[in-house]
Design a binder for this molecule. Structure first.
Ligand code: G6P
Length: 611
């Protein structure tokens, strides 16, 4: 998620922009840039890499001006290069614009604007907005605010846009469609930021724009308009958080913040991937239908949480595409002499795109002639260079070491890939595909509902925080959820935890059960539900405590549970997207009860670049 800062006032813009950008560094970024109005001319400097690169570039150059915008970019469209860094400009170079989010109809708009004679300099979706506003200004000769209002009625997607124009040297215009943007005005200054830390040093009274609002910010004043152009009364809030709390959006830890960001992570990952006719559009995968039809085997390689995402996805891929799927730990794959040729498809899953074992595994697969598709959250990461195709999850940067929102985004991305393969191979009836896509579209809203279990989970965590062992059981896709629940718990609470296929319980782990051992059961949907109930009975008979993740309102589950986290019902293959959330929260609250820092678990690294 990119960082945005804007300043207009009596002072120098540059130090305020750089300071604000630094305050947003924690969000992660891969390039940075600024635009400042200098004696009626827009000066921009953009650099790939850290803010320091930008500062080195600025050294010794005079960038004095009272109006400016700055940006730290987390690449989504176009690699993290100088050219793709923001701000972007129009043809006249009098307008500068920064953007956070995804403009879904950028392709169509780019072709239209190019036909009108606009010359593009970058591969970003953002530059489209700059030229679009330019073309509106040319045609209507209107104010920047009115041009932005018209532009947002044409742009599709989720975005926060902030722009400035040489013709209006005391104005910043900001627009919000889903992606957050905050504006504020202090004594003689006007400010804009994508997040509160960027503004905090200058004002504690801020206006978080609501969805579909545009703000015109001037020194000391803010006007807010709906996308319909009608002025509205801005809703100001006073922030009394310190900087650290502000970075975490008021949450105690990044992990909790990221758990709460999951509706957005999932929505953004699905954005633009289904067309109006319910077809899956994967521009990233450029194989022709014959190639896709010739695939006779899929191998999924990954590590850690990404491996668990692959374990869940195996079920959907096999069910929808009828292609057999093997699942391998990336660290094992190379050393077991796998059977693979040019009809094999290898899916490498890695949120960071840098995990050494996964990189080695996909390179090895490539050498064997297989096609490789990478599923990653980081544009420009190493895996994107080695794979034949890349499917990005759009979860935004994840700071907590324990993966949460990237896991849900991976589940969704892998489902999209599976649906795409099924569509191209005609292996799934169309009505079933449409029904599944509709069910997926409802997931963000259902995730919001699941997050309501937080209170119940926090209460249960108090009860079980002193346990020395936990068992997590599930069946089918629920086994992957159980594995992920156990992994989260051991990663951040340091309690021994095992994820188990419930049917295997009687072949080993049942020996561990005794009075008080907490057993978390993921009550996967039919047809496995009855079998799970029987497993829970077995567990109870040995005196263990039962913690159930079960469909909302299920009386039988309630009767068998010492604690229950109820989740809405969805199609069985989609259940991991919802069922994992209470387990992430359980790990989080148990860690807190034990006085541990969930964001930085001992001995673990966010990205493991050694074998
Ligand atoms: C590390 C992290 C895990 C992560 C795993 C794989 O072990 O601590 O949270 O799941 O790496 O990371 P990747 O970036 O490849 O998904």
């Amino acid at each position: 998620m990119c960082g945005i800062v804007g300043y207009v006032g009596g002072g120098q813009a540059l130090p305020v922009l750089l300071d604000g950008m630094r305050k947003l560094e924690y969000r992660g970024y891969d390039s940075a840039g600024i635009a400042i109005l200098l004696n009626g001319k827009m000066g921009t400097v953009r650099r790939a890499g850290r803010i320091q690169n930008l500062e080195e570039e600025l050294e010794g150059r005079s960038f004095e001006g009272n109006l400016g915008i700055g940006h730290t970019r987390w690449a989504t469209h176009g690699a993290p290069t100088d050219e793709n860094a923001h701000p972007h400009q129009d043809c006249t170079e009098r307008l500068a614009l920064v953007h956070n989010g995804i403009i879904e109809n950028h392709d169509v708009l780019r072709s239209r604007l190019e036909a009108e004679g606009h010359a593009f300099k970058s591969a970003t979706d953002t530059e489209v907005a700059a030229h679009l506003i330019e073309s509106i200004l040319e045609r209507r000769n209107c104010s920047l605010k009115d041009a932005v209002l018209e532009a947002v009625s044409i742009l599709k997607g989720a975005f926060a846009l902030v722009c400035i124009h040489a013709a209006e040297p005391d104005v910043i215009v900001a627009a919000r469609s889903q992606a957050p943007i905050i504006v504020g005005a202090g004594d003689g200054v006007g400010l804009v930021g994508s997040d509160i830390p960027a503004l905090l040093q200058h004002t504690r009274d801020v206006i978080p724009l609501r969805d579909r609002q545009v703000a015109r910010v001037r020194p000391g004043s803010v006007e807010v308009f709906g996308f319909d152009g009608k002025q509205v009364v801005p809703e100001q809030v006073h922030i009394d958080w310190d900087l650290e709390a502000a970075e975490k959006g008021g949450y105690e830890d990044f992990m909790l913040k990221e758990i709460h960001e999951q509706p957005y992570a999932v929505r953004d990952t699905m954005r633009g991937r289904f067309d109006e006719k319910g077809r899956v559009v994967l521009d990233e995968v450029k194989w022709d239908t014959d190639t896709i039809r010739a695939i006779n085997k899929i191998v999924v390689v990954a590590c850690g949480t990404s491996f668990n995402a692959g374990m869940a996805a195996k079920h959907a891929i096999e069910h929808w595409t009828r292609i057999p799927v093997e699942l391998d730990l990336a660290s094992e794959f190379r050393y077991r002499d796998p059977v693979l040729d040019e009809h094999g498809l290898v899916i490498g899953i890695t949120q960071s795109g840098e995990t050494a074992d996964t990189l080695a595994a996909i390179r090895f697969a490539g050498e064997m002639g297989a096609k490789v598709v990478a599923v990653t959250n980081v544009v420009g990461s190493s895996i994107t260079r080695d794979a034949d195709a890349v499917l990005f999850t759009h979860a935004g940067p994840e700071i907590g070491v324990a993966a949460t929102k990237t896991f849900l985004a991976q589940l969704v991305a892998l489902n999209i890939l599976a649906l795409y393969l099924a569509q191209e191979r005609d292996s799934m009836p169309e009505d079933k595909r449409l029904e599944t896509i509709e069910a997926m579209a409802r997931l963000p809203e259902l995730i919001e509902k699941v997050l309501d279990v937080e209170g119940a989970v926090a209460k249960a965590a108090k009860k079980y925080a002193d346990a020395s062992d936990f068992l997590f059981i599930g069946r089918g896709v629920g086994t992957a959820v159980a594995m992920e629940g156990a992994l989260k718990l051991k990663e951040i609470s340091y309690i021994h935890a095992e994820g188990y296929a419930a049917g295997e319980l009687k072949h080993g782990a049942i020996a561990l059960l005794q009075e008080g051992v907490p057993v978390v059961a993921v009550m996967t949907g039919q047809p496995l539900y009855e079998k799970m109930l029987a497993n829970v009975e077995e567990v109870r008979a040995r005196g263990a405590s039962t913690i159930l993740v079960a469909p909302h309102g299920d009386e039988r589950a309630r009767e068998l549970a010492d604690d229950i986290f109820e989740v809405p019902q969805v199609k069985p293959l989609l259940t991991p997207v919802l069922d994992t959330i209470p387990l992430q929260l359980l790990a989080y609250f148990v860690a807190k009860e034990r006085g541990l820092s969930p964001d930085k678990p001992r001995n673990l690294a966010k990205s493991v670049t050694v074998e």
